[in-house]
Structures are given as C-alpha cells and as structure tokens.
Design a protein around this ligand. Structure first.
Ligand code: FES
Length: 89
C-alpha cells in the first residue's frame, strides 16, 4: 500500500489539539470517526475526549464539525470556545 505524504499544513492540523482538557489531537478524533464513531458520544468514548473540566463546551463543537466532515482533517483555522465559566481553577 502506498501512503500519501502529508503536507506541512496537514501535519500541523493533525497534531492540533481539539480537546484541550484531555490533550486529544485532531488526528486522533478523525481516526475514531474513520473507524466508525458516528456520534460525539462514540468519539468521546473511543478517544477520551469530552469529559474534561469544560464538559465538552470547547471540543464538542469541533468534534461535531469533524463528524460533518466525515473525519477529514480540517485545515482551515478553527477555535475552541473558552469562557471564563469553563475555567475550573
Ligand atoms: S476541551 Fe474537551 S472536555 Fe474540555
């Protein structure tokens, strides 16, 4: 099997952290989706995302977007939402 070489942009996107609370990267989320996780709950169960201090208020919308994107890496910039209320210090 011939593997496609990734561009620098693809590598950067793949290692970008989606779930900040748990340190789960976009590549891991996409892998779970490509392996059959078709809901946010299933992605969270497979990857460990979503049960950090913010209770998925930051990563949930990005995971939803990745599900809509069929697990393809999102290259364009995106932000995870951070509210003061999310900070659990
Ligand atoms: S960023 Fe995923 S649980 Fe907080």
């Amino acid at each position: 099997m011939i593997e496609k070489k990734l561009s620098i942009e693809e590598i950067k996107a793949k290692i970008k952290v989606v779930c900040i609370c748990k340190g789960i990267k976009q590549g891991r989320i996409c892998e779970a989706i490509q392996n059959g996780a078709d809901t946010i709950e299933k992605v969270n169960k497979q990857t460990g995302s979503g049960d950090g201090g913010c209770k998925a208020t930051r990563c949930g919308p990005v995971i939803k977007k990745l599900l809509e994107n069929n697990g393809k890496i999102i290259l364009e910039p995106y932000e995870t939402k951070v509210d003061d209320d999310d900070l659990d210090f």
